[in-house]
Design a protein around this ligand. Sequence first.
Ligand SMILES: [Zn+2]
Length: 372
Amino acid sequence: MKTSMTNSRAARAVPTAPVPEGGTVFPFADYPAAGTATEVADGIFWVSLPVPFVGLKQVNLWLMRDSDGWAMIDSGYGRPAVREQLGDVWGTVLGGRPITRLILTHFHPDHAGNSGWVCERWGLRPYMSQGEWFAGNMARLDRDTDAFEARAAFYRRHGLSDARLEKFLTEALPYKDGVELPPDHRRLRNGDTIDIGGDLWRVVVGEGHSPEHISLYCAERRILIAGDQILPSITTNVSTWPVEPEFDAVGAFMATCRTFLDLLHPDTLILPSHRKPFRNVRHRLHELDAHHAARLNLLLANVPRETSAGEMIDVLFTPGLDGHQLGFAMGEAIAHLNHLTALGHLQMAEERSRVGYRRVGGMDAKVAPAFS
Ligand SMILES: [Zn+2]
């Protein structure tokens, strides 16, 4: 049911606006230095903290001036050195006023890592979606991200070689090494509005990267706190996980991109969780659409009569991935194969020990970008 639903969403006919001219524009040349913050809009401060993942380098947090203190978006990866940097930032930005709210975009360790510590420090209960709350707790109970044996079995069925499985099992970083969660949460739902410093921010729930990812949009000020849902320069990880093996994560992610294309004013300032704030979001959304279409077509062109995700990661990714990246690469490959299945180009052939994908139709099949 799920796949056919996302299929119809992804494939629906779309009235198209012309692709905006020019590329993304980055109004701020430099990242804020360690222990400091950059004011990117009146009362909104940009904080950049280090993360231990190869290639990702850093994560952004946002401090927002509120009526009786400060609201903080996300909490950084859970490490003593990161907490020390965060303490320095508080010392320079808060002006002696307290953090009164912590809002988490999603459960991933670079976002929720220090949430337990922040909530303890300021006496808070974090605002987050319930899907993210459950996902974080499942991961900490070894039932999701940290279910390494189950993940390895899943990747083995999807054709990952023994050598790569070994690499994954020895090198993947456990979620709970970088995360302490608070004991409870305050639920945010899609469409809720939050008043921060007199501005109304609308909660937009997105799918495809994490279960119920939250972005915040202030239409009045034309600012989006995007989380990981819209990133510049790099693309968001869109993975299928063993707990929902048939999930069409690519279809769900692109449906969320479509929501943003319809919702956001073209001049919106985007505050992403990684890399730098940027403008010209419509251009970026069209770029992401073209990127995923190109990846899907690359797969289609390389699928013989039948294939597996394990074979296709060599088509999708350059060699040399470490064990942590291999897990994400398999998740992405399965997600793209599931999307091609949802679009009717492939058929999933699931056996007890093996999951393959069979080609349906001719070798000249193509996927068109969804937005044009
Ligand atoms: Zn994330």
